[in-house]
Design a protein around this ligand. Sequence first.
Ligand SMILES: [Zn+2]
Length: 44
Amino acid sequence: MLTSPVEFFRNLIKKQCPECGQIMEEQAESYLMECDRCLAKKEE
Ligand SMILES: [Zn+2]
């Protein structure tokens, strides 16, 4: 089963941490941009 490039990029835009580039499917409904790791770092 092939994934089209368009769908591939849409998934990236969907939810990707701008800090480390991690895809965050579990936070799809969250308003947060960064992943848990980067958020934890910023709070300090
Ligand atoms: Zn991150």
